[in-house]
Design a protein around this ligand. Structure first.
Ligand code: AMP
Length: 286
């Protein structure tokens, strides 16, 4: 496995792979890799001839006062994990090369980026879309792999790929969870032992929402309340949102009709750690 840091070298490598007729899969990450990331890399390795895992903590997607500085980083550990999972290349560019002075172009995907995460983290998805577009240009993938864990991010990237006619197939893979249901996240290392214990209530809240819908609840406020009641049991928690929305456009009707695809979205701060999670379901017919 190669480790590439220079943009020019990454582009040359991608061009060469394409000239040889190889399919390229890309897995964009911010590093501090865990089994969730590995599931994406492993799938890419089974579907593509060459896999690029990108590792870049993207300053453009962090707001003022967020955790850009303290975001966990460990390149040596990451390269070992990325290699074992089947990466051909780790691409880890420097911030200076990604955003040289004078850098000015950003990508705005419209309304889908303004709800939920976008409302609580203004500019976040502009940063995400911009860096992912750059990473696509640098790695020239045929297929790009993302986790459902960041559900709204998947919608944002899909919108961008569609609107800008990028010739890239997106694969969205299921959320990998710890045994107690907590979605794996690089940010979980911020949690104290006690916080980590109660963090599994996010999973339980989502399940309660899913159960309510399965039992026939279609009223959005009632579904949200079921989730809220469980999250309220977490000491020291601040709930940014616990919301049911339409899966495709994240709209919030008063009631979801039978057959509707619904996503349950959570963003919760436990102490200073902000966690997000989600689950998808379909409203049953009577
Ligand atoms: P991140 O490094 O957190 O930016 O995540 C990089 C990619 O891995 C994104 O597509 C995430 O959605 C995905 N990912 C993060 N956590 C998980 C998880 N627990 N299960 C599956 N995919 C994940």
């Amino acid at each position: 496995m190669q480790v590439i840091t220079a943009i020019s070298e990454m582009q040359q490598w991608s061009q060469q792979q394409r000239r040889m007729g190889k399919t390229i899969g890309v897995v964009p990450t911010m590093g501090y890799l865990h089994d969730g990331h590995c599931s994406l890399i492993e799938r890419a390795a089974t579907e593509c001839d060459a896999v690029v895992t990108t590792i870049f903590v993207n300053p453009l997607q962090f707001g003022q006062g967020e955790d850009f500085e303290r975001y966990p980083r460990d390149m040596e550990r990451d390269t070992t994990i990325a290699r074992a999972a089947g990466s051909s290349v780790v691409f880890a560019p420097t911030t200076a090369e990604m955003y040289p002075s004078g850098f000015a172009t950003t990508i705005d995907v419209g309304p889908i980026a303004e709800r939920f995460e976008g409302a609580f983290r203004p500019g976040h998805f502009r940063g995400v879309a911009t860096v992912v577009a750059k990473l696509f240009n640098l790695t020239q993938p045929h297929v790009a792999y993302f986790g459902q864990k960041d559900y709204q991010q998947c919608l944002v990237i899909s919108q961008m790929v569609r609107d800008l006619n990028m010739d890239i197939t997106l694969r969205i893979l299921p959320t990998v969870r710890d045994q107690d249901g907590l979605a794996m996240s690089s940010r979980n290392v911020y949690l104290s032992a006690e916080q980590r214990r109660t963090a599994s209530l996010l999973y339980r809240a989502l399940q309660a929402g899913i159960d309510a819908i399965a039992r026939g609840e279609r009223r959005r406020e009632h579904i949200n309340k079921r989730m809220q009641e469980i999250l309220d049991q977490i000491p020291d928690a601040r709930i940014d949102y616990a919301a049911a929305a339409t899966a495709e456009r994240l709209e919030e009707p008063d009631e979801f009709p039978p057959g509707a695809s619904v996503v349950l979205l959570l963003a919760v701060r436990i102490g200073s750690t902000r966690l997000i999670d989600n689950m998808l379901t379909t409203v049953p017919y009577d």
